[in-house]
Structures are given as C-alpha cells and as structure tokens.
Design a binder for this molecule. Structure first.
Ligand SMILES: NC(=O)c1ccc[n+]([C@@H]2O[C@H](COP(=O)([O-])OP(=O)(O)OC[C@H]3O[C@@H](n4cnc5c(N)ncnc54)[C@H](OP(=O)(O)O)[C@@H]3O)[C@@H](O)[C@H]2O)c1
Length: 214
C-alpha cells in the first residue's frame, strides 16, 4: 500500500518506519522541521520519503493521522481533499496539557474527525498502544502469540485495509465494531498509558484480550 503519514512524531514516526520496513511505500509529513522528515525517511529505508501533507495524502491507499488533537485542523487543511481516502487515526482528543480527554462516552475524537472529513472513511486504530512497544511487537511478529489491537470504523473496505496493516505490524487485529465504539477505546487508552508509565507493566506493556468459549 501507499501510506501517507500526517504527523511524524512518536506514533507517526514509528508506525511509518515499520510500514516501510513491512514493504509499504511511505511518505512522512508534518513535523516542525523538514530535516526531521528527511532523517526519518532515510532511517526507514528505500520505501520511504519525506513530503508535504498534501503529497502524503495524494494517491494514498491509507493516510495515518498522528498529531496532537490541537493540530488536527491545521494538518487536515494542509493535506487538502481527503475524499474517498481511508484515514486511520491514532489521535486521542486530549486537552492542551495532555491531562484529560475533552470528549468521551457520548462522542469520541474519531467521530468528531469523521464529521470534519465526511467524504473520507475514518478508522480508529493504534491509539490503544503506547508507541514504545511498536518496534518490539514488530520484531516478535512471527511468534504465534500476538498482542491484540482493537480498531473500529464504519466502512468495511477501509477497515479491511486497517486490519491488514495492523496484522503486518505483528498484532492480532480485533474489530471492535462501528466508529462510535471509539467512545470506549479512547478512554481505555488512558488506562493503558497509566499501566505502561505508572503501573508495574512498564512502557513495554502491550495488552492481550483473550476470547473464552462457553
Ligand atoms: N505517543 C503515544 O504513545 C500515543 C499513544 C496513543 C495515542 N497517541 C495519540 O497519537 C497522536 C500523536 O501522538 P504522538 O505522541 O505521536 O505526538 P507527537 O510525538 O507530539 O507527534 C506529533 C507530530 O506533529 C508535529 N507537529 C506538532 N506541531 C506542529 C506544527 N506546528 N507544525 C508542524 N508539525 C507539528 C510534531 O513535529 P516534531 O516531530 O517536529 O515534534 C510531530 O511530528 C496524539 O493524538 C496522541 O494522543 C499517542
């Protein structure tokens, strides 16, 4: 797939690097300096390059949105027309100092995002995992026991693409349902972050959901 990265920080930088290593064509965009994007592209290998948000979005099979909630409008404006695009969002609707969600339970960042870009197909994914675990999960991707990663969205084709990308990175993709389920996955992420950074799990934590047959 051709994947445009909108926001090349902790999440976008790592996910873009792994997508490139997994064989996808990646365009890194949206950092404070062009040098950061060029360095990321160089380190990610020959499938990656640096570009503008518009270049990242043009012709992309999937666009990864990975910016702070306060930067969403700016990056979408720079990306231009996203009609018909699959937009995979890692974004949590956090306040400016990252101490609380500004939406939850009756709506979600993913649903608000879908209203901003009604002609795109939004999938909420990767937001439930601390970026620190991504390289380790990828390195262990051939193991039988894989950590589960939930995703949700309203459009089947876009969700299929997201599931393929999730599996390619070493996770077991779990379809949580329609996009409104992000009302529950987004607050759940705060629990994951709490466990990863302040609990006993450490930042290497990735979580596992087990299915029990009756
Ligand atoms: N990090 C995680 O583990 C994690 C986990 C779950 C969900 N999330 C969510 O994922 C999203 C991305 O998180 P993140 O941790 O990857 O954020 P981040 O590291 O702050 O990355 C954001 C990107 O936006 C760029 N940026 C910020 N202001 C800009 C500006 N004015 N002009 C151009 N570029 C600008 C940053 O540039 P620079 O690279 O130059 O700083 C960076 O590349 C957030 O919504 C977050 O809530 C993150």
């Amino acid at each position: 797939m051709r994947i445009g990265i909108l926001g090349s920080g902790l999440m976008g930088g790592k996910l873009g690097t792994l997508f490139a290593r997994a064989g996808h064509d990646v365009v890194f965009s949206y950092a404070r300096t062009k040098g950061k994007l060029t360095r990321l592209a160089r380190e990610a290998g020959r499938n990656a390059r640096a570009g503008t948000p518009e270049e990242a979005a043009t012709g992309a099979d999937a666009v990864l949105l990975a910016v702070h909630w306060s930067r969403v409008d700016d990056v979408l404006k720079q990306a231009g027309d996203l009609s018909g695009r699959t937009v995979i969002s890692t974004c949590l609707p956090m306040n400016a100092d990252d101490t609380a969600l500004v939406l939850g339970l009756t709506s979600s960042g993913a649903e608000v995002l879908a209203k901003k870009i009604p002609k795109a197909d939004v999938v909420s994914a990767f937001g439930t995992v601390p970026s620190e675990v991504l390289f380790g999960v990828y390195a262990a991707r051939k193991r039988a026991r894989r950590p589960t990663l939930v995703y949700c969205g309203d459009e089947a084709r876009a969700k299929k693409k997201a599931a393929k990308l999730i599996a390619g990175l070493g996770f077991d993709p779990l379809d949580a349902g329609p996009l409104r389920l992000a009302r529950y996955t987004e607050p759940f992420t705060l629990l994951i972050a709490q466990l990863a950074y302040e609990g006993k799990g450490g930042p290497e934590l990735a979580y596992r959901l087990e299915r029990y047959e009756a």
